[in-house]
Design a protein around this ligand. Structure first.
Ligand code: SF4
Length: 312
């Protein structure tokens, strides 16, 4: 007999208790995973939450670098992921060996790295940022200090514009945010002239120039609540719309599109590898588990703590 969605949900709840597990989930997860999580958040919230978890086990429903961040910040906890293959195109666009050479070619630079990177890259960084705090952190660095920003070139370019400060950018990008189509966005704006366009700064500049508001996932969520608009064109991963609808149930949310409007290219394929069945299986077996080399973990922790200290 095949297990129903309700059976799976009930078993996850029971296993969570039996194994003393907390489920942390990112806003880009499928709706039913967001609904079963103990805590949902963006990268900064999730890092803070992971640090303070008292349960013996964390199941991280997100992508691999996020689960690594939980392990870096709370190493005595066992950290499970539903699918070890849930990677991230942005993290993968910055291989550690090439980044080590890049860094060596820019001595004396402060290395500011977006949290969407591997533990090895975090270990080579001076300070980590998220899209919520990147502008503040860059502004806090003395102006005479040159900066390397990695791995997202679009977020880096946006931060440069906000801070009026040049930085050397690593040439990485997110396949999801990079593929929004300018032409499709303009078409949506014409079709819905009263809609407010909100976008994540991982999008290219041509897209951000069309937006009424640019901000982190958390700031976008807040914007739809506090703004008087009834309709929003949402230019980021559409998983976020589930929380937007919960927080502002009377409003309308229109996901922006890629060039081919029939393709779901703006849905993160890595985030969507996680399923309720895989969560159930991970809780049953205690696998797959995130394991980190201790020296890398410690160096990465130093850069993450520098961020958390700044954003307290
Ligand atoms: S949306 Fe982009 S940056 Fe976020 S996990 Fe997916 S590939 Fe990585």
């Amino acid at each position: 007999m095949t297990a129903t969605a309700t059976d799976i949900e009930s078993e996850i709840k029971r296993l969570k208790q039996e194994t003393d597990t907390v489920i942390l989930a990112h806003y880009y997860q499928e709706d039913e995973i967001q609904d079963i999580a103990d805590f949902i958040g963006d990268s900064l919230d999730l890092a803070r939450k992971a640090q303070s978890v008292t349960h013996s086990q964390i199941l991280f429903a997100g992508v691999h670098f996020m689960a690594e961040t939980a392990k870096i910040l709370n190493p005595s906890k066992r950290v499970l992921v539903p699918d070890m293959d849930a990677g991230c195109s942005l993290a993968e666009s910055c291989p550690p060996n090439l980044f080590a050479t890049f860094k060596a070619n820019h001595p004396d630079h402060i290395v500011v790295t977006y949290i969407n990177c591997t533990a090895e890259i975090k270990a080579m960084s001076d300070i980590i940022v998220t899209s919520s705090n990147a502008v503040d952190i860059v502004n806090s660095i003395p102006r005479e200090k040159p900066i390397i920003f990695a791995p997202d070139r679009y977020l880096g370019a946006w931060v440069m514009k906000q801070t009026n400060r040049p930085m050397v950018l690593w040439n990485g990008s997110c396949i999801v945010h990079e593929t929004f189509s300018h032409k499709q966005l303009v078409k949506l704006k014409v079709r819905y002239p009263d809609a407010r366009v909100i976008a994540h700064p991982e999008c290219p500049e041509s897209i951000l120039n069309e937006a009424d508001f640019v901000g982190s996932t958390k700031k976008l969520l807040n914007d739809v609540v506090v703004q008087p608009h009834q309709m929003f064109i949402v230019v980021t991963e559409p998983g976020i719309i589930h929380q937007m609808k919960k927080n502002a149930p009377d409003k309308t949310f229109i996901p922006a599109l890629s060039e081919d409007e029939t393709c779901s290219c703006n849905t993160c394929p890595f985030m969507k590898l996680n399923t309720m069945e895989k969560i159930q299986q991970a809780l049953r077996t205690g696998k797959p588990e995130v394991i980190l080399q201790e020296d890398i973990r410690q160096q990465a922790e130093r850069a993450l703590l520098a961020m958390l200290e700044h954003s307290r």
